[in-house]
Design a binder for this molecule. Structure first.
Ligand SMILES: Nc1ncnc2c1ncn2[C@@H]1O[C@H](COP(=O)(O)OP(=O)(O)OP(=O)(O)O)[C@@H](O)[C@H]1O
Ligand SMILES: [Mg+2]
Length: 360
C-alpha cells in the first residue's frame, strides 16, 4: 500500500435547498497515485474535487492531508492545483505569462521563474510556444498549457476535471498516454474526473465509481471489471449480462447455480460465499459466453435476435427464454460468420470465467 496523502473522512455536502451533493464519503488517496472519479452526471465528481481543492466547504466531515485537518484551509494555501474543464487560460496573456502566473504571485525571483516555466513547457512538449498568444493555439495545445500552468507550482496533488473532454477522439487517446507519462515522470498524485469509463480504465491506478453522492466501489480497473461489488458497478463498467439464478450447491471452491434452467458452475467468490437455495444475480461478460454445439444440460439454448458488427468481433443478442436476453461476443472467423438473426444457438460458459455473484 502506498503512503497516504489525502483522506476524506465522512465528507458530506448538502447544497442550499437540501440537494445532497455528497453523502458522507470516505476515501484515501495514496502518494503518487493516478486516481479517477467515474460516474454518471450529477453523482458528485466535481463536488468531490472542489471539496479537495477547497473551493467548496463540506457541510460535514473532514479533509485530511498528511494527517493534518485542512478542511478550513483556503484553496491557495493548499498544495493542490486544478486543471479545469475549460482550461481557464488568460486570453490576454501569452503562454509564458499564463504558465508563470502562479509563480509570480508567490513572489519567486524572475530568473528562477523563467527556468521553471521552460521546464514545465518542455514537460508538455511545447517549449517553442512560450511567446505564442493563447488564441493561436489548438485545443490540444491549450490543454497542455493548462497542464504546464498547473504543474509548474509543483503541487502535491493535481486535480483534473474532465481535462480531455474538449478534444477529438484521436487527440484524446494520445493525451491520455501523455497524461500518464507526465504523472509517472513527476511522481505527483493525480485525481481526475471523467465520465468516460474507457479513459478511466486506460490510465488509472484505481478508479472510484460514484453514484448519487456516494462511493460504490474503489478498485483497480481489472478488479472493477472482474469483481464488481454491486449491480450498479457491474452494469456501469463495460457490458454485463445480469441473470437471476439460484444457488443449488457449494463445493470445492465452486458455486453451482441454476439460471433459467441452465446449470452453471463458477469459482466461489472471496469473502461471503452464498448458500444453497439462495437467490442471486450472476454477472456474465459477453466474451465469457461461447457458442457450443451440444444439447447437454450445461448448455443454454436460444436464438440469435440481432448481430452487431464490432470490428474484430461480432456481438450477438441471444433470446434464451421469455425473459432472458444475453449479449454474446464471438470472433468473426469461421462458423460464427454464418450466424444471422433467427439462427438457433447453444451457449456455454467459458471455463474459468470469473462471473461475479451479486445481490438478487
Ligand atoms: N452549487 C450548487 N448548488 C446546488 N446544487 C449543486 C451545486 N453544485 C452541484 N450541485 C448538485 O450536486 C450534485 C452533484 O453535482 P456535481 O457537479 O458534483 O456532479 P458531477 O458528478 O460532476 O456531474 P457531471 O458529470 O454532470 O459534471 C448534483 O445533483 C448537482 O445538481
Ligand atoms: Mg462535473
Amino acid at each position: 500500500m502506498l503512503d497516504k496523502l489525502l483522506e476524506l473522512r465522512d465528507v458530506g455536502k448538502v447544497f442550499p435547498g437540501g440537494i445532497v451533493g455528497l453523502d458522507a464519503i470516505n476515501l484515501t488517496i495514496g502518494q503518487g497515485e493516478f486516481l479517477s472519479l467515474l460516474g454518471p452526471s450529477g453523482c458528485g465528481k466535481t463536488t468531490t474535487l472542489r471539496v479537495i481543492a477547497g473551493f467548496e466547504a463540506p457541510t460535514s466531515g473532514a479533509v485530511v492531508l498528511d494527517g493534518r485537518d485542512i478542511t478550513a484551509l483556503r484553496p491557495h494555501h493548499r498544495p493542490v492545483n486544478t486543471v479545469f474543464q475549460d482550461y481557464a487560460l488568460f486570453p490576454h496573456m501569452n503562454v509564458r505569462d499564463n504558465v508563470e502566473f502562479g509563480l509570480a504571485i508567490r513572489k519567486m525571483p524572475a530568473a528562477e521563474r523563467r527556468k521553471k516555466v521552460m521546464s514545465a513547457l518542455e514537460m508538455v512538449g511545447l517549449p517553442d510556444k512560450a511567446e505564442a498568444r493563447i488564441a493561436e493555439l489548438s485545443g490540444g495545445q491549450r490543454q497542455r498549457i493548462a497542464l504546464a500552468r498547473a504543474i509548474v507550482c509543483e503541487p502535491r496533488l493535481l486535480l483534473l476535471d474532465e481535462p480531455l473532454s474538449a478534444l477529438d477522439a484521436h487527440l484524446r487517446e494520445q493525451m491520455q498516454l501523455e497524461l500518464k507519462r507526465l504523472q509517472g515522470e513527476l511522481g505527483t498524485t493525480f485525481v481526475m474526473v471523467t465520465h468516460d469509463q474507457t479513459e478511466a480504465m486506460s490510465i488509472s491506478d484505481r478508479i472510484v465509481v460514484m453514484n448519487r453522492g456516494h462511493i460504490e466501489q474503489v478498485a483497480s480497473p481489472a478488479e472493477l471489471y472482474d469483481r464488481p461489488a454491486s449491480r450498479f458497478v457491474a452494469s456501469f463498467i463495460g457490458t454485463m449480462n445480469l441473470m437471476p439464478a439460484t444457488v443449488t450447491s457449494v463445493a470445492e471452491g465452486q458455486v453451482f447455480l441454476d439460471a433459467a434452467g441452465w446449470s452453471l458452475a463458477v469459482p466461489a467468490p472471496e469473502g461471503s460465499v452464498p448458500v444453497a437455495g439462495q437467490p442471486v444475480t450472476i454477472g456474465i461478460r459477453p466474451e465469457d459466453l461461447l457458442l457450443a454445439g451440444g444439447n447437454g444440460e450445461q448448455f443454454l439454448s436460444g436464438k440469435a435476435s440481432a448481430v452487431v458488427f464490432h470490428g474484430k468481433s461480432l456481438r450477438l443478442r441471444v433470446e434464451a427464454g421469455p425473459a432472458v436476453a444475453l449479449f454474446v461476443d464471438v470472433p468473426r472467423q469461421g462458423d460464427h460468420a454464418a450466424v444471422k438473426a433467427g439462427t438457433p444457438v447453444s451457449l456455454a460458459l467459458r471455463p474459468g470465467a470469473s462471473c461475479p455473484l451479486l445481490a438478487a
